[in-house]
Design a protein around this ligand. Structure first.
Ligand code: AMP
Length: 216
């Protein structure tokens, strides 16, 4: 059993690597981005509050996000560990995770920072497409669906996330640099950070993460 945090800029591959690790280790992937997108799609109270921030590429207020994570990590399926993807996004959230876990008698075992240069991120995000129905991710160049418009798995419509459009990508990268990147030092100082080069083949990167986990 272990708990793992995936850090890295938008487009680093946290979502897809998290999914693969979740299948390998049979622990859930807890993605705040996915939870928030589902809330927006279902027009819940949370979704209505979060949407305008997400569309602009800004962080949704901590008070909303911390509460969702606390609730999610209390669920039974997280008992044997979990992978946090997209949370924490700033120092306040990092401190909140420590508190939530302490309350559950748990701690963070691994913090994996996936490193990807800015130019590569822009290329990745602008080509990204997502299935509106099942959330499966595609990329126009690196991982296209058979017909570019429909999901190979469920035939749902593929769409471009509002925040993957060019202007918003810049805003998200700025938010990342200002608010999230300081977490790298925060965790490095605790001696807990494992940095992984996130450029290259998907499976090679998964393997690097798995090796890093298993060699500790
Ligand atoms: P992601 O899918 O992780 O790129 O998240 C998409 C958007 O959801 C972000 O640009 C934020 O608006 C919001 N979001 C996701 N995770 C968080 C978080 N931990 N704190 C605040 N906002 C978040």
């Amino acid at each position: 059993m272990f708990t793992l945090i995936l850090l890295g800029p938008p487009g680093a591959g946290k979502g897809s690597q998290g999914k693969s690790l979740s299948e390998t280790y049979k622990i859930p992937q807890v993605s705040t981005g996915d939870i928030l997108r589902a809330a927006v799609r279902d027009k819940t109270e949370l979704g209505i509050k979060a949407k305008s921030y997400m569309d602009k590429g800004e962080l949704v207020p901590d008070s909303l996000v911390v509460e969702i994570v606390a609730e999610r990590l209390r669920k039974n399926d997280c008992h044997n560990g979990f992978i946090l993807d997209g949370f924490p996004r700033n120092i306040l959230q990092a401190k909140a995770v420590e508190k939530i876990l302490a309350g559950l008698g748990k701690k963070i075992h691994y913090i994996i920072n996936i490193e990807v240069p800015r130019k590569e991120i822009i290329k990745r995000l602008s080509g990204r497409r997502v299935c509106r129905n099942c959330g499966e991710g595609y990329h126009l160049i690196f991982n296209p669906s058979v017909d570019d418009k429909r999901c190979d798995k469920c035939k749902g419509e593929l769409y471009q996330r509002e925040d993957d459009k060019e202007d918003t990508i810049e805003a998200r990268l700025k938010v990342y640099e200002e608010q999230t990147a300081p977490l790298i030092d925060f965790y490095r100082k605790k001696g807990a950070l494992i940095s992984i080069d996130g450029v290259g083949g998907f499976k090679d990167i998964t393997e690097k993460i798995v090796n890093a986990i298993e060699s500790r």
